[in-house]
Design a protein around this ligand. Structure first.
Ligand code: CP
Length: 303
């Protein structure tokens, strides 16, 4: 694999290879000296057209922990603001002999487009409403760490599925790994392509959470919504928010996940975000490990 553009066509074997490498990174680097030189002499550029804290910083740290030279460019401070096209920007970065370009863009398919014009490996850090593959990989790593095998695991994904690239990548990845995924949320926030995704959807959040091993809340993406998809944030929380009473319906040892950033008191009640079942902090840590693994494996494949 030269690029990581999505998980739609990635096999269980390939996903497990990335997760195994991420667990190795966690043991050897993050729990050790935070220094490895396996990417020494390589350069990694992050190109972000949308805001980010976790993804951007973890890719930058991952590159540095592995000895690569890392540099950031944000759309607002770049020549994109002067009218340069995405393809010309990508070609310009490529001319500087970048080995990997990590891109986040509001348009679905932007990483796939630049992959056709660059020699560098392209990693999708979130494209529109399409995919966010490294988020799903870190989610699967966290589930495997907490629950063992993903096969047969019941995973309830709750919230704004329609606008969620995190949900799409998780559905593709978890299905490949043999997990049972169910969706829940208001009908206005369910994707049109439900049948193609091949997972059941409930409009009653309690039915979806019943017996779940993993409950994953999704952020309400106010920036991608037309008005009127739900009456108010307060009503959304009442009918679709995950709270302690609803978590009681899940398996006794169920874990609570969220990709972040969380709208506290909207998709999750404030008490459970910091509660015993929450693994939201571990997801962030595992994000660094997964991104180290992806950078290392793509560099290895290039060799
Ligand atoms: N989960 C996620 O993508 O977070 P950021 O937007 O902070 O990168």
């Amino acid at each position: 694999m030269k690029h990581l553009l999505g998980l739609k066509n990635v096999s269980a074997t390939e996903i497990q290879e990335i997760l195994d490498e991420a667990f190795r990174m966690k043991r050897e680097v993050l729990e050790g000296s935070k220094k490895d030189n396996c990417l020494s002499g390589k350069s990694v550029i992050t190109l972000f057209f949308e805001n980010s804290t976790r993804t951007r910083l973890s890719f930058e740290l991952a590159s540095k922990y592995l000895g690569a030279t890392a540099a950031n460019i944000a759309a607002s401070g770049s020549s994109v603001a002067k009218g340069e096209t995405l393809i010309d920007t990508a070609k310009t970065i490529d001319q500087m002999a970048a080995d990997a370009i990590i891109i986040r863009h509001s348009s679905s398919g932007a990483p796939h487009l630049i992959a056709e014009y660059t020699n560098a490996s392209i990693i999708n850090a979130g494209d529109g409403m399409n995919e966010h593959p490294t988020q799903a990989l870190l989610d699967m790593m966290t589930m495997q760490e907490k629950k063992g095998s993903l096969k047969g695991l019941r995973v309830a994904i709750v919230g704004d599925v329609k606008h969620s690239r995190v949900a799409r990548s998780n559905i593709y990845g978890l299905k490949a790994m043999g997990a049972d995924v169910v969706l829940a949320g208001p009908s206005t926030l369910m994707p049109a392509e439900l049948e193609r995704l091949g997972v059941p959807a409930y409009y009653d959040v309690e039915k979806a959470i019943q017996g779940a091993d993993v409950v994953m809340g999704l952020r309400i993406q106010l920036e991608r919504q037309k008005k009127g998809l739900f009456p108010s944030v307060r009503e959304y929380h009442k009918y679709f928010g995950v709270n302690e009473a609803r978590m009681q319906l899940a398996a006794p040892d169920a874990i609570l996940m969220h990709p972040g950033p969380v709208n506290r008191g909207v998709e999750l009640s404030a008490d459970i975000i910091d509660g015993d079942r929450s693994v939201i902090g571990e997801q962030v840590t595992n994000g660094v490990c997964v991104r180290m693994a992806v950078l290392n494996l793509l560099a290895g494949n290039k060799k």
